[in-house]
Design a protein around this ligand. Structure first.
Ligand SMILES: Nc1nc2c(c(=O)[nH]1)N[C@H]1C(S)=C(S)[C@@H](COP(=O)(O)OP(=O)(O)OC[C@H]3O[C@@H](n4cnc5c(=O)[nH]c(N)nc54)[C@H](O)[C@@H]3O)O[C@H]1N2
Ligand SMILES: Nc1nc2c(c(=O)[nH]1)N[C@H]1C(S)=C(S)[C@@H](COP(=O)(O)OP(=O)(O)OC[C@H]3O[C@@H](n4cnc5c(=O)[nH]c(N)nc54)[C@H](O)[C@@H]3O)O[C@H]1N2
Ligand code: SF4
Ligand SMILES: [Mo]
Length: 775
C-alpha cells in the first residue's frame, strides 16, 4: 500500500490548508454511484474548489474515477434545479412556476390526502432508482407518510438488479456473499488472516467500470498484482477478460446453462470439497442428478463457448484455493436470474469457498443497518402490506424475500386499474423513461395517466418534463449529511456546502412526512433522523457526530471468517447457516415447500435464435444492452461537457465483419430495431464479440436538446429500452431479459429519420406494437 505523506494528508476529519478548508468525506449521491469512496473536499467561502481521493481511507486508498474527479462540473452546472417548481402548462410543455418549500409541501399533502380518501393509500406509489442515498428513506416515506405498501424501484423489470442474486443467496444460505479482497478489514492487505484469492471468476460484471454493489473494481487489480488469476464470463473482451487465464465468451442470456455445466464437471471429476459438502451442505445428491445431463458438449452448443474452455475454467476454478466469484448484473437480467444465481452459489459451496479468507465471505450491513426497503413498514395499517402490488406474484414475494412492490405489477396496475387503481407516483432518484423501465414508451403512456406525480431530482429530466406536476430540487452528496453502509465500513457523509434553495432527500421527506403523519416523523433535523436510523433502527453505539469525526468505522462481524462454525450466522447461535436445514442448501427447502423448482434449471431467453427462430430470421442479431461506461451513471452526467467530450454519443458495439455485411462502418449512425420499436446509436467496432452478437448502450437522452415535447430531450431517439420488454419475468417474478433479446441493424438515412422515435411516441401514439395486456 502506498505510503501516505502525513504532512499533507491528515487523519482528522477536517483541517485548514492555507485558504482552503479540507474535509475528509464520503462521496455517494448525487451524482450517483454504487460505492462511497473516501474523498477530500477543498472548500473556500462555502464553495468546493477541488476534489481529491483520500489516501488515508482504506476503502479506495486515494483512488478516484473520472466521475468523482469531475464532480465540480456537476455541482456547479448551470442547469441544476435550484428551487421547487410547480407545473404551469400542460404536462410535457416544460412550463413551470417557482414556488416556496412550504407551498410545495402543502401541495403534496393536499394531493396525497385527496387520493388516499378517494382511492385508498395503496393508490400511491413511492419510487426510487438504484442504490443511491435514499435507500431507506423513500420506503420510510411511502409507508410512514403515504400509508401505502407500494414502495418500488422505478419500474425495474423483474427486480433485475442485484435482487435476484441476493434473494437466491438468502434462501440458500440465509445471508449475502461478497468476494473477499480484504475490504472488510481496516488493515486491508496487511490483515494477517486474509489470503490472496488464487482465482477470481468475474461473471457478467465489469467491476473496473461499474464498481457495482459497493465493490470497488480496483480491488481485483490489487489482487491480480498479488497473483490472483482470472476467469471472465462475458460476451465481450473487457479489460479484465484481456488479462484472464480463461475468457468464456458466452452467448447473452445462457449463463445458467454454463454454471450447470461447470457444476457437472466439478462433480464428475470429483474436484469438489468433500469435507465441506458433507458437513455443511444439503441436497448434493439431487444436485448431481440434476446437472448430470448438462455436459460441456451440450452446453458449448447452447452458450457458443468452445467446449474445452468450459472444462478448463471449471478445473481452474475448482483446483485453485481460495477462489471467489465476483458476479454482476448479467446474472439478474435474464428470466433465469434466480436459477443462475442459485447455480453460481452452488459452485461456491461445492468448492468450499464460503466464508473463508480470500473466498466468498458472508456479510451483513455494518451494525445491522439492514432494513432498507422495509424501513418504516410498522407504520402501515393492518392488512395493508398484503395489498402490495405483486404480492401474489410468487411465494418469494408473499414471504418477504423482496420487501418492495414488483415493478412490472405496478405498471400493469397503472394500465389496467387492476387489482386496484394507481393514481400517484412519487419519484425520488429515478428517471424511468430514460433508463430504468425496460419498455420505456409503455411506461411513458402509463405515467401520463396518473392524477399527480412528483419528481425529486438534481436536474430537470425527461421523466419530470413528461409527467411531473411538481419538481423538487435536491442536494448533492457534499451538501447533505448521511451514512453509507452496504456491508462495511460504515462511512459518514457530511454536509460542507449548500446550493441555492436545495434541500436534502431527508429534509424533503421530513417536510412531507410531518404534514401527513407527524407521529411517524418526530425528528426536527436531518441529523436527528440519521441518529434514529443508526442507533434505534440499527445497532450503532455511536452517533452520527461521532462517525463524522472518525469518517468511517469497520464492523468486526464482516471480517470474522467461518462464521458458520462459530454459531454467528444463525439467530439461535448454533453452528450452521440460517436455513431450514441449518445447511447451505443446494436443494432449496423453501422452494420445495413453495412448489418451485428447488434445483438450478436453464431456459432459453424468450427471444433468441433457439426460442424464436422465425423472428430471428427477421431480427438476426442477439442484442445485449446496458454495459456501463466510465463517464455516466445510468442517465446521469449527460449534461457535463467533459463527459460528453469523452463520450459524445450512444454507441452500439458490432463485429466489423457483421458491420461490413450490413453495409455500415464505424462512426455511422444506425437504427437498432425489433418487433417493439427502434432507436439510433453510432457503430463502434468490437472484434471481440461473436459476429451475431451486438451490444448497445442504455440510458441515453440529450440535455442539450429542447426539453418540451415532442422533442423531450430526444429521450426516445437513442433509447434501447424501446426494444426491451417489460412484464416478462422468471417463474418467481424475478429476472427480466434486459440483456438478451434480438434485433436488426441498418443505416440511418435522411429519409428514414424524418420522423424520430420521440415524436412517434409523444405525438403519434407509439410504434403500433400491440401489447398483451388487458386494458
Ligand atoms: N459507471 C457506472 N457505474 C455503474 C452504473 C452506471 O450506470 N455507470 N450502474 C450501477 C448499477 S445500478 C449496476 S446494477 C451495476 C452493474 O454493473 P455490472 O454488473 O458490471 O453490469 P454491466 O456493466 O451492465 O455488464 C457487465 C458485463 O456483462 C456483460 N454481459 C452482457 N450480457 C451478458 C450476458 O448475457 N452474460 C454475461 N455473462 N455477461 C454479459 C457486458 O458485456 C459487460 O461487460 O453498475 C453500477 N455502476
Ligand atoms: N437496457 C437497459 N436498461 C437498464 C439497465 C441495463 O443494463 N440495460 N440497467 C438497469 C438497472 S440495473 C438499473 S439499477 C436502472 C437504473 O435506473 P435509475 O436508478 O432510475 O437511474 P436513472 O434513470 O439515471 O435515474 C436516476 C435519477 O436520480 C437522480 N439522482 C441521482 N442521485 C440522487 C440523489 O441522491 N437523490 C435524488 N433525489 N435524486 C438523485 C439523477 O439525477 C437521475 O435523474 O436502470 C435499468 N435500466
Ligand atoms: S467508485 Fe468512482 S465515482 Fe464512485 S465514489 Fe468511488 S471514485 Fe467516485
Ligand atoms: Mo442496477
Amino acid at each position: 500500500m502506498a505510503v501516505v505523506n502525513t504532512d499533507v494528508y491528515k487523519e482528522e476529519y477536517q483541517w485548514q490548508e492555507g485558504e482552503y478548508t479540507v474535509t475528509r468525506n464520503t462521496q455517494w449521491s448525487a451524482p450517483g454511484c454504487h460505492n462511497g469512496c473516501g474523498v477530500l473536499f477543498y472548500t473556500k467561502n462555502g464553495k468546493v474548489e477541488k476534489i481529491e481521493g483520500d489516501p488515508n481511507n482504506p476503502y479506495n486508498n486515494g483512488r478516484l474515477c473520472m466521475r468523482c474527479l469531475n464532480l465540480k462540473e456537476a455541482l456547479y452546472h448551470k442547469d441544476r434545479l435550484k428551487w421547487p417548481l410547480k407545473r404551469k402548462g400542460a404536462r410535457g410543455e416544460n412550463k413551470w412556476e417557482r414556488i416556496s418549500w412550504d407551498e410545495a409541501f402543502d401541495y403534496v399533502a393536499e394531493n396525497v390526502c385527496k387520493i388516499q380518501k378517494e382511492y385508498g393509500p395503496e393508490a400511491i406509489i413511492g419510487m426510487e432508482g438504484t442504490g443511491r442515498n435514499v435507500i431507506w428513506e423513500v420506503p420510510y416515506l411511502t409507508y410512514g407518510a403515504f400509508g401505502s405498501p407500494n414502495f418500488t424501484l422505478g419500474f425495474l423489470s423483474g427486480d433485475s438488479c442485484y435482487l435476484p442474486r441476493t434473494a437466491a443467496n438468502y434462501v440458500q444460505n440465509g445471508g449475502f456473499n461478497i468476494v473477499d479482497c480484504s475490504q472488510t478489514h481496516p488493515l486491508r492487505y496487511q490483515n494477517p488472516e486474509w489470503k490472496v484469492p488464487g482465482c477470481i471468476v468475474v461473471w457478467g460484471n465489469n467491476p473496473i467500470i461499474s464498481n457495482g454493489d459497493n465493490f470497488l473494481g480496483h480491488w481485483i487489480v490489487d489482487c491480480m498484482r498479488l497473483g490472483t488469476k482470472l476467469i471472465v464470463v462475458d460476451p465481450s473482451l473487457t479489460w479484465l477478460a484481456s488479462r484472464a487465464d480463461v475468457w468464456l465468451r458466452v452467448r447473452p442470456g445462457t449463463d445458467a446453462a454454463l454454471a450447470m455445466a461447470m457444476i457437472n464437471i466439478i462433480i464428475q471429476e470429483k474436484l469438489y470439497d468433500k469435507e465441506f459438502v458433507e458437513k455443511w451442505t444439503f441436497g448434493f445428491e439431487e444436485l448431481a442428478e440434476r446437472v448430470k445431463d448438462w455436459t460441456s458438449e451440450k452446453v458449448a452448443e447452447i452458450t457458443w463457448i468452445p467446449q474445452d474452455l468450459i472444462v478448463q475454467a471449471a478445473r481452474l476454478y475448482a483446483t485453485t484455493k481460495p477462489a471467489a466469484i465476483q458476479w454482476g448484473l448479467a446474472v439478474d437480467q435474464a428470466v433465469t436470474g434466480i436459477s443462475c444465481a442459485h447455480a453460481i452459489s452452488d459452485l461456491r459451496a461445492l468448492t468450499g469457498n464460503i466464508d473463508v479468507p480470500g473466498g466468498d465471505i458472508m456479510v451483513h450491513n455494518a451494525y445491522h443497518l439492514d432494513r432498507h426497503y422495509n424501513c418504516g413498514i410498522e407504520h402501515l395499517a393492518p392488512g395493508m402490506e398484503e395489498k402490495r402490488l405483486g404480492f401474489d406474484r410468487s411465494p418469494m414475494h408473499q414471504n418477504h424475500m423482496d420487501a418492495s412492490a414488483h415493478g412490472d405489477s405496478v405498471l400493469e396496475a397503472m394500465e389496467s386499474g387492476k387489482p386496484y387503481p394507481v393514481k400517484m407516483l412519487w419519484l425520488q432518484s429515478t428517471n424511468p423513461i430514460s433508463c430504468m423501465a425496460s419498455e420505456a414508451p409503455r411506461v411513458y403512456d402509463a405515467m401520463k395517466k396518473m392524477d399527480f406525480n412528483v419528481v425529486v431530482d438534481v436536474f430537470m429530466t425527461p421523466t419530470a418534463v413528461a409527467a411531473a406536476d411538481l419538481v423538487l430540487p435536491c442536494s448533492m452528496s457534499c451538501e447533505r449529511n448521511g451514512v453509507r453502509s452496504w456491508w462495511t465500513p460504515i462511512r459518514a457523509i457530511s454536509k460542507i456546502t449548500q446550493y441555492e434553495e436545495c434541500k436534502t432527500d431527508i429534509e424533503i421527506i421530513l417536510g412531507v412526512g410531518k404534514r401527513l403523519n407527524p407521529k411517524a416523523f418526530p425528528w426536527e433535523t436531518e441529523e436527528d433522523m440519521i441518529n434514529w436510523y443508526m442507533q434505534t433502527d440499527g445497532k450503532c453505539d455511536f452517533s452520527f457526530a461521532d462517525l463524522k469525526n472518525k469518517v468511517y468505522d469497520f464492523d468486526p462481524y464482516c471480517y470474522t471468517y467461518k462464521k458458520y462454525e462459530k454459531g454467528l450466522l444463525r439467530e439461535d447461535g448454533q453452528p450452521g447457516f440460517e436455513t431450514t436445514t441449518g445447511k447451505f442448501e443446494f436443494k432449496i427447502s423453501l422452494f420445495e415447500m413453495w412448489d418451485l423448482d428447488a434445483l438450478p434449471w436453464y431456459k432459453e431467453p424468450p427471444e433468441s435464435p433457439v426460442s424464436t427462430p422465425e423472428a430471428f430470421k427477421e431480427y438476426p442479431l442477439v442484442l445485449t444492452t446496458g454495459h456501463r461506461s466510465w463517464e455516466f451513471f445510468h442517465s446521469e452526467h449527460r449534461q457535463l461537457p467533459t463527459m460528453r467530450e469523452f463520450h459524445p454519443n450512444p454507441l452500439v458495439d458490432i463485429h466489423p465483419e457483421t458491420a461490413a455485411q450490413l453495409g455500415v462502418k464505424e462512426g455511422d449512425w444506425v437504427w437498432i430495431e425489433n418487433m417493439r420499436g427502434r432507436c439510433k446509436q453510432i457503430v463502434k467496432y468490437n472484434e471481440t464479440l461473436h459476429p451475431k452478437v451486438v451490444r448497445a448502450e442504455h440510458a441515453w437522452w440529450f440535455p442539450e436538446k429542447d426539453p418540451a415535447e415532442p422533442s423531450l430531450f430526444g429521450v426516445f431517439d437513442s433509447n434501447i429500452n424501446n426494444l426491451t420488454q417489460q412484464c416478462i419475468n422468471g417463474p418467481t417474478g424475478y429476472g427480466s431479459p434486459y440483456k438478451n433479446t434480438i434485433c436488426k441493424i441498418y443505416k440511418v438515412t435522411k429519409d428514414n429519420e424524418q420522423v424520430l422515435p420521440t415524436k412517434i411516441i409523444t405525438e403519434q401514439g407509439g410504434f403500433g406494437y400491440v401489447r398483451n395486456v388487458q386494458k
